[in-house]
Design a protein around this ligand. Structure first.
Ligand code: GDP
Length: 305
């Protein structure tokens, strides 16, 4: 919770200051307040459609409750956003647990280069290993020069087995090896990295399809989870990437990284609203402890208080 508060400092700071400004000297929520609120939400990168949805709900509440001061407005905003997140995310905080009946539990990690895929994998591995679980990592980002080495470093650091075939090798072969190693060694979790080249949508789709197909040759039903990593500090760009990736492959969970150091934390709300895919993790720093299981109530509380 402390990490979360610290991590969201910038989003929260700018959001609340602006909200206070918007309602300063006002005794009720009028059109001007609502216009300002709309602008604040869009600036916080909540996204236009989601913002309009929120504003509409606030309008209904104002209509019903008539008089609202800044504090009440904040509370209502808080409630409405939590409500919106709840609609899309009925099941909260899977935390860092994996289903017992899926062993090894296989996670395929996708996303554009630089968003924090490798780091998120390292942090995730650390969490599982801390629970006494056995983890295999697949260095499937064979395209980016440093990615394989970086994953190996994480593996050494946290004590995970890393499968690699080096650079420019076939990522699906790495994925196959990693799942196979997981099965052979009775591992609890297998996490496979991928390269994130978006310049060619068809290639991306073909590559991810191939990786998935090859994985299922080892064992049926894998990957159990496809985790899309998005860089929260890029705001609406993250949304555009999510659109591309959800078109290219089925995505079952989202991690939003780099929420520290950005005032665009609202993007988590927009992403959750648009894609109806659970935001499972958020990254609030570079350190191994800076990955958090997403908890919508805590997030909203950190965002507004
Ligand atoms: P990849 O290309 O997607 O594998 O990205 P990397 O894992 O190499 O991460 C790119 C950079 O982002 C690295 O310098 C990471 O330390 C940094 N990074 C990853 N997650 C976070 C985060 O939550 N907060 C901050 N501040 N930096 C992060």
């Amino acid at each position: 919770k402390d990490n979360l508060d610290k991590g969201l400092e910038k989003s929260r700071g700018s959001f609340f200051t602006q909200l206070t400004k918007a309602v300063a000297g006002k005794s009720k929520v009028d059109d001007e307040v609502l216009d300002n609120l709309e602008e604040i939400l869009v600036t916080a990168d909540v996204g236009v459609d989601t913002t309009l949805k929120i504003i509409e709900r606030i309008e209904e509440r104002v209509e019903r409750d008539k008089y609202l001061d800044a504090e009440e407005l904040n509370t209502i905003l808080h409630e409405e956003i939590a409500g919106l997140l709840s609609e899309n995310q009925t099941e909260d905080v899977h935390g860092f647990s994996v289903p017992e009946d899926k062993k090894p539990y296989v996670i395929l990690v996708v996303g554009v280069n630089g968003v924090g895929k490798t780091t998120t994998i390292g942090k995730l591995a650390a969490k599982y290993i801390a629970q006494g679980k056995k983890v295999v990592l697949g260095a499937g980002d064979t395209f980016r020069a440093a990615a394989v080495d970086q994953l190996k470093m994480w593996g050494e650091r946290v004590g995970a087995d890393v499968i690699s075939r080096g650079m420019n090798t076939d990522p699906s072969a790495v994925a196959f090896d990693a799942v196979q190693r997981g099965v052979e060694t009775n591992a609890d979790v297998v996490i496979v990295d991928t390269a994130g080249r978006l310049h060619n949508k068809i290639n991306l789709m073909n590559e991810l399809t191939k990786i998935r197909r090859v994985m299922t040759k080892v064992t049926d039903g894998v990957p159990h989870e496809v985790l899309l990593v998005l860089d929260g500090s890029t705001g609406q760009n993250a949304v555009i990437q999510a659109r591309e990736f959800t078109k290219a492959t089925e995505v079952t969970a989202i991690a939003v990284t780099k929420l520290d150091g950005t005032a665009k934390g609202g993007v988590v709300i927009g992403i959750s609203d648009e894609f109806k895919i659970p935001v499972k993790y958020i990254g609030v720093g570079e350190g191994v402890d800076h990955l958090q299981a997403f908890n919508k109530m805590e997030f909203v509380a950190s965002f507004f208080n």
